[in-house]
Design a protein around this ligand. Structure first.
Ligand code: FHN
Length: 466
């Protein structure tokens, strides 16, 4: 009798456990209306800044790949000399606002484990008394940044690295010099400890600074990549619980696809613009400086021309994406002069042409025409002309002319002549380009656009196959 009661109890217990952790997790996503808002924001500022900025080495991976053991130990001690006395988040927020940016994503903790905020989980933080900046009146730079950007009406995103090279249990990732393969299976209690550590830090970030709009994870957990379904049951459960906690704290939080299994809200092509964009929501993150990492690269760094950044903004919008443009401020807290100039220049263009970017959607025809890019918002098309034809030239559009109700220059409102050309329409462009390199024409159209978007055949990262 006693055995059967025990057996019954054990069976009930197993059933209860199974019920608590569903074998197949349903995706936990942000509300669709929230993603429509995110699409309205469209253009954001990414900020990589912290103790590592003192190295003037753009790539933080150098810590694990280039530095000697003694240099590596010194890198983890950078917090002891980090003292950005020229940090002025209000100035950063003004520069972002002037650039036409509507959201910011700020690095709170990167792979080195240094925390740009007052955390209870580790002493590797800006508020550690051994960090000179901790002696200033407001050392929690994340708190000050959130306040300053909100004051400019800019939405706030926080970046958080899943990998943490400083944490004693951070050896689960193969980037770590002391990597332990099969860490989750071999050391389940240490993995659980790491998950608890990360969960507590994410909870701090989502509860210490008011309602956070975006949680931008980086890299991933074991077996989990970008938008990759996680097979490992332990990690899959832990990711589900982490995302579940985040969305219970803030049901409106928008979370990216890095290490979030099936629960991410948007894809994150990095340092490139897909030729064939993801079907769903996506955002390119890219540095203003040239290749070589996201951090401050020293006074010799090279930067992308403003005209190139403007055309990238148009290209991304024409493919249905958001643009997260990165700065790597100097260790003293100032943006580099080149970053300030780039933000100013893009902002000038966005002030005149932002209507063609904010809240728009990908071109109904897919791959762009040779003369520029096309974005759409309902019955309005925006033709962003990169190559303005000389001598009363014209550009072709695969839309029957009879569907065009009006055509005008966005900036001046001047009418643009158009007429039928074969199956589509031709627009005759008189006079100089209103914004050389990226001039916008607005078309008001009627009727359905009879087109199926054609994108080039591409690999799994959206890069056209040669
Ligand atoms: O290693 C990081 C890198 O420093 C930067 O933060 C980028 C941003 O997307 N993410 C990782 C590289 O994929």
């Amino acid at each position: 009798m006693r055995i059967s009661i025990c057996l019954m109890f054990a069976l009930c217990l197993c059933a209860a456990v199974r019920a608590a952790a569903p074998a197949d997790y349903a995706p936990l996503k942000a509300p669709e209306a929230r993603m429509q808002e995110w699409n309205e924001w469209k253009f954001g500022l990414f900020i990589h800044w912290g103790a590592w900025s003192q190295s003037a080495r753009g790539r933080i991976w150098d810590i694990m790949r280039e530095l000697t053991p003694s240099e590596r130990a010194a890198a983890f001690d950078y917090y002891k000399t980090f003292n950005p006395l020229q940090y002025d988040p209000a100035e950063w927020a003004r520069a972002a606002k002037d650039a036409g940016m509507r959201y910011v994503v700020f690095v709170t903790k990167h792979h080195d484990g240094f925390c740009n905020y007052d955390t209870r989980e580790t002493d590797l933080k800006i508020t550690n008394p051994q960090c000179p900046y901790s002696q200033t009146p407001h050392p929690d730079v994340t708190a000050e940044l959130v306040k300053a950007f909100r004051a400019e009406g800019i939405k706030v995103g926080l970046y958080f690295s899943h990998i943490d090279w400083h944490h004693p249990d951070g050896v689960w990732n193969n980037s770590h010099v002391d990597y332990v393969p099969d860490f989750v299976e071999k050391h389940p209690e240490r993995w659980a400890n790491f998950v608890r550590f990360e969960t507590n830090q994410v909870r701090e970030l989502l509860t210490q600074y008011g309602e956070i709009d975006i949680l931008w994870f980086d890299i991933s957990w074991p077996f989990a990549g970008y938008s990759k379904v996680v097979e490992n049951p332990i990690v899959r459960r832990d990711i589900f619980e982490l995302v579940k906690m985040a969305r219970e704290i803030n049901p409106n939080i928008i979370i990216n696809n890095r290490g979030t299994d099936i629960h991410g809200d948007f894809e994150t092509p990095e340092q490139y613009i897909p030729d064939a964009p993801p079907q769903g929501w996506w955002e390119t993150n890219m540095t203003i400086s040239n290749a070589g990492g996201f951090w401050y690269k020293g006074p010799e760094a090279e930067y992308k021309p403003i005209a190139e950044l403007i055309q990238k903004t148009a290209d991304i919008a024409a493919k249905g994406g958001n643009f997260l443009l990165n700065v790597g401020p100097q260790p003293d807290g100032r943006f580099t002069p080149q970053e300030i100039e780039a933000l100013r220049g893009v902002g000038e263009w966005m002030k005149r042409n932002g209507e063609a970017i904010y809240g728009t959607f990908r071109s109904p025809w897919g791959a762009p025409p040779d003369w520029g890019r096309i974005t759409r918002k309902g019955d309005t098309l925006y033709l962003i002309v990169f190559d303005w034809p000389e001598n009363q030239g014209e550009i072709a559009l695969p839309l029957p002319a009879k569907q065009i109700k009006s055509a005008r220059l966005l900036v001046s409102g001047a009418a643009v002549e158009f007429g039928p050309k074969q199956e589509g329409a031709a627009l005759r462009l008189a006079g100089p380009a209103p914004d050389p390199g990226a001039s916008t024409i607005v078309l008001e159209i009627e009727g359905e656009i009879d087109a199926e978007a054609q994108w080039p055949e591409a690999d799994d990262r959206g890069r056209a196959k040669k």
